[in-house]
Design a binder for this molecule. Structure first.
Ligand code: KG4
Ligand code: ZN
Length: 322
């Protein structure tokens, strides 16, 4: 069995999977409510909460899966990228568990984890495929040729990530944090052609979302509070349409450029209903595995080189890949 641990942002998560990718348990404890009143994740608050939650969450994952540490053969943990203090809590917990049992430890890259959400049962995706990774922290087009090894980055965002664009737009429209899912929900009752929001055209296969957010800000400013309230669904639908259009256009362009016959979508924004419908030809990660979770980290651990005892005691977390 593989025990996965994920603490890169504001979700404390642990999961147990089998070596062939069946999920036995997948526990995610979100701290979103804790950060909501600050309008975003406060790193130090996140670290402290992870510290309180990591042991009970691991215990719950073991209990839910009907296993004990005696059954665990490998521990996989997110080593980066993410909030450094948050990552350190997961890495320290994983080291302690692996060390106590003399188990090997796999240091997992969070982005590879998102891609590995596609390799879990019951319906795993086989490389090669073009992968759109769209989350709160990243927006990337990846050329995935094999399950192990780093995929080639074809394009990335030059400013905000797609999830960040959703969250900032949601905030302007008065939704709570993180507002992506709520904006998605409200947009269903709106007219996506009510407002013509621009989709930035940057060279190559990169993305840019910062102009879009400004366009929404100006549109909202022109309205009285009462009008803004009345047109909220139209604003949400039009804003969402612009983000989805940018993602879909670039993804199709990339697929054509590299001759990809298969497209996959992962990350929190892959949960977006309009994106899933607009990229109907793509394999989207299962809904429960789009936003941060530890099953995807355990999945990626299967394809990385594990570090043997005691080598991993010197393992460090990293905030960014650059
Ligand atoms: O992958 P994830 O959990 O965390 C990162 O690695 O960043 O992604 C979280 C992001 C947030 O920005 C959230 O608003 C967005 O995914 N998100 C959505 C939806 N569900 C989550 N965005 C649009 N529509 C959704 N249904
Ligand atoms: Zn993520």
């Amino acid at each position: 069995m593989i025990l996965g641990i994920e603490t890169s942002c504001d979700e404390t998560a642990a999961a147990v999977i089998t070596p062939d990718g069946r999920i036995l348990s997948n526990v995610v404890s979100s701290q979103a409510d804790l950060h909501a009143r600050y309008g975003g994740v406060v790193p130090e608050v996140a670290s402290r909460r992870h510290l309180e939650l990591v042991t009970p969450v691991v215990q719950e994952a073991l209990r839910d899966s009907g296993t004990t540490l005696d059954d665990v053969d490998l521990v996989g943990v997110t080593a980066g990228p993410g909030l450094i203090g948050a990552l350190l809590v997961g890495v320290a917990a994983a080291k302690a568990i692996a060390w106590a049992r003399r188990l090997p430890l796999a240091a997992v890259d969070h982005l590879q984890g998102h891609v590995a959400s596609l390799y879990l049962e019951p319906d795993p995706v086989e490389p090669p495929f073009l992968c759109l990774l769209a989350s709160g922290g990243h927006t990337m087009l990846l050329d995935v040729q094999e399950r192990n090894g780093k995929p080639r980055v074809l394009g990335a965002t030059l400013d905000d990530a797609a999830g960040e664009a959703f969250d900032k737009g949601a905030r302007l429209l008065g939704f709570g944090y993180p507002g992506g899912a709520e904006l998605d929900h409200v947009a269903r009752n709106g007219d996506p052609s009510a407002y013509a929001f621009p989709v930035a055209r940057v060279p190559g296969l990169d993305f840019s979302f910062s102009g879009l957010k400004t366009a929404l800000l100006y549109a909202v400013r022109k309205l009285t509070a009462e009008e803004g309230e009345r047109r909220r669904a139209d604003l949400a639908a039009s804003y969402q349409r612009a983000i989805v259009r940018a993602l879909v256009e670039r993804t199709r362009q990339a697929a054509e450029q590299i001759g990809a016959t298969r497209i996959a979508v992962v990350g929190g924004v892959a949960a977006n209903s309009e994106l899933r419908a607009a990229l109907a030809e793509a394999r989207a990660a299962p809904l429960a595995l789009c936003t941060d979770n530890a099953a995807m980290i355990a999945s990626a651990a299967r394809f990385s080189n594990p570090i043997h005892y005691p080598g991993y005691l010197g393992l460090d977390a990293y905030a960014s890949t650059a």
